[in-house]
Ligand binder design. Sequence first.
Ligand code: NDP
Ligand code: VSD
Length: 329
Amino acid sequence: MAEPYYLVSLLLLLPLSVLFVLYLIVRPKPVQIPIKNRHVFITGGSSGIGLALAHLCAQNGADVTLLARELKKLEEARDSIELATGRGVRILSADVRDYAAVKRAVDASPPIDVLVCNQGVFVPQELEDQDLEEIKFMIDVNLTGCFHLIKAALPGMKKNRAQLGPASIALMSSQAGQVGIYGYTAYSASKFGLKGLAEALQHEVIAHNIHVSLIFPPDTETPGAVEEMKRRPQLTSIIAASSGWMSADGVAKKALRGIQSGAFIVPCNFEGVLLSVATAGLSPQRSFLWAFLEVIGMGFMRLVGLFFQWNWFGSIRKWHMEKKKMNKQ
Ligand SMILES: NC(=O)C1=CN([C@@H]2O[C@H](COP(=O)(O)OP(=O)(O)OC[C@H]3O[C@@H](n4cnc5c(N)ncnc54)[C@H](OP(=O)(O)O)[C@@H]3O)[C@@H](O)[C@H]2O)C=CC1
Ligand SMILES: CCCCCCCCCCCCCCCC(=O)[C@@H](N)CO
């Protein structure tokens, strides 16, 4: 009669011991990144997600610097944050593609505690039809721009770090940086690139108490997205619809919480959590609870992901059939 109890406790023991082992081994160790009275440097902070994040950081008592190209938008952003929070905001006009300009901007600023590389451009189109200039534009701004920013900021971020407490480098990726999507060959490549950069960088800066976060928003209501929608291929929208839309404020909240808790992977909605489990790969994981979810859920999420692909390839096939029919009429 004791046998069922024996079995139940054995069944419980297995997950509990996995949990315990994960508790002991997850690296890097958990960390909290304070925001109050710290210097947060946000690129692309004059619009959309970056602007929403800048508002939130200033509200939470951070000393905020914004970097973007267009001075007029930067001034409007600064004024709106100062009006809403009463805190001073620094603005810098530079193009992230120009390393010398980025270096000058960073050197003219106080040492950075939290660097948010959020600038990004997205012009979706099928690779065969897209101008090479546009393809290069996305890689240069979204990927090479982040190299420029980090290379320029790192020496200052490392200085006196022991006294200043933990620092963060956050990169704004996209769910299109976790899964490739029709119309996004260059954009997805630029955002997938950020994952390799982030994983390797975390190894290099951990000894300096600098922590890397990679943020993965779904479609987000921003001025950039309004422009994007004017030319987005129908199929891009059909596939992206799997994850829905978020507000820039909603994404900024998730992003800030992720940065503050030192999370390496930062999903923004429910589909994002599924995607992050499915694509966890060998990414660093500080939380033993998330690690447990990944260990338990990865196989099943692969199955769910295959159903999504089944659905997406179905949509693509249907779209081509309808196009053929239209051409015949
Ligand atoms: N909106 C969405 O649906 C999603 C967006 N993302 C990502 O979030 C980030 C922000 O997007 P979102 O808020 O929509 O974008 P917006 O187009 O609304 O804002 C982009 C910001 O980046 C700045 N920027 C663009 N190019 C450069 C450059 N070469 N040098 C310096 N600054 C630059 C812009 O200012 P200026 O033009 O004056 O330089 C602006 O401040 C991007 O990395 C994007 O890929 C991820 C998932 C979804
Ligand atoms: C394992 C199960 C996974 C299930 C969820 C899959 C959902 C994938 C949808 C991806 C949407 C990508 C939107 C990109 C938005 C973007 O970056 C542009 N607007 C440009 O900024």
